[in-house]
Ligand binder design. Structure first.
Ligand SMILES: *Cc1c(COP(=O)(O)O)cnc(C)c1O
Length: 347
């Protein structure tokens, strides 16, 4: 029986079409900036977002960490939401790679307001404080259940940053989910962000890779940091070709993933074991179980039906839809979720 893997949108495998694009790639040594496919991907992604230049990296953790290091200095501070990936899931890299501190904002489902950003700003001229040097947003917000910022909300935060002369970074691991759901234009992001990290290996379905976008000077500095971190790859155009294929073919179809996530939400809202579901806006479904099931027992019950899910904190479960979840898998999952609702749990 096939496995319905809802643990993450990172679990996708390249399709035959993507694989043939990879096999056909023209490659060169990217440490010499001579890989034509990587150069094409970097320019393509930069142009999409209205940015000057791009840098292909092995992971989104690396693009975020390079960006933070390029924007900050030791003993300065980054403002971000407490749930953000850069703080929660990058192994303490802000402290280790950049020797910077974090000001953690308690936003709403991962989203900060302009007033919250303003309230956490710390100026240079008070010797007690680590001075703020960067603001980082995440769009969509993973731990916020895939909630997204609209371009108006981004513009308002950018206004606070400009007033304090602070660069604004975007962790856009799922930025295309935000764009497809909001109808906003990628090009407009270039007006507000100084750097953007885009993951190709999430909903876009490429096996590896992220691109960091910014000004020419910023990318020049970032290229050096990438080398220091060991992220300078050689004939990696084979990987970049998957990224180009993904940008050309797999953006609009994210709507399918969002529709499937909505269907999961609707079924969960009717289930007798669910306490609450974070409102579904994109491809992430985070919900809380009541006392009927313990989280690990619930994950095990799904596992018996060949459905994989992530336990996401006490009594919390996360489903993520992606391009390897077929309609048949969705229907199977809905049916299993429904049947678990009717089941009596032995005590
Ligand atoms: C996945 C993800 C990243 C990058 O993760 P890698 O596995 O290092 O590519 C960054 N930010 C968010 C919000 C993510 O979900």
């Amino acid at each position: 029986m096939q496995i319905t893997d809802l643990r993450s949108d990172t679990v996708t495998r390249p399709t035959p079409e993507m694989l043939s694009a990879m096999f056909a790639a023209k490659v060169g040594d990217d440490v010499y900036a001579e890989d034509p496919t990587i150069n094409e991907l970097e320019q393509k992604a930069a142009a999409m977002f209205g940015m000057e230049a791009g840098l292909f990296c092995p992971s989104g953790t690396m693009t975020n960490q390079i960006s933070i290091k390029a924007h900050t200095e030791p003993m300065t501070e980054v403002i971000c939401d407490i749930t953000s990936h850069i703080y929660q899931y990058e192994g303490g890299g802000i402290m280790y790679n950049s020797m910077a501190s974090v000001a953690l904002v308690h936003g709403n489902r991962g989203k900060m307001t302009p007033a919250q950003v303003e309230a956490h700003f710390r100026p240079l001229d008070n010797v007690h404080y680590p001075p703020t040097r960067l603001v980082s947003l995440e769009n969509t917000c993973n731990k916020g259940g895939g909630a997204y910022y609209t371009i108006e909300e981004i513009a308002a935060i950018s206004e606070v940053c400009k007033r304090h002369n602070l660069p604004l970074h975007l962790d856009g691991a799922r930025v295309f989910n935000a764009l497809v759901a909001s109808g906003n234009k990628a090009k407009d992001y270039g007006l507000y962000f100084d750097s953007i990290s885009v993951c190709l290996s999430k909903g876009l379905g490429a096996p590896v890779g992220s691109v960091l976008l910014g000004s020419k000077d910023f990318i020049k500095k970032s290229r050096r940091i990438r080398k220091v971190l060991g992220g300078g790859m050689r004939q990696a155009g084979y990987l970049a070709a998957a990224g180009i294929y993904a940008l050309d073919n797999n953006i609009e179809r994210l709507q399918e993933d969002h529709r499937k996530a909505k269907a999961l939400e609707e079924t969960l809202l009717q289930a007798d074991y669910v306490e609450s579901v974070l409102p579904v806006e994109t491809n992430i479904v985070i919900f809380k179980l009541n006392e009927k099931y313990k989280d690990l027992d619930f994950v095990a019950a799904l596992d018996e039906q060949n459905i994989r899910a992530s336990s996401f904190g006490p009594q919390m479960i996360r489903f993520v839809t992606h391009l390897d979840i077929t309609e048949e898998m969705l229907q199977h999952t809905l049916q299993v979720l429904h049947s678990l609702s009717k089941q009596q749990v032995e005590v």
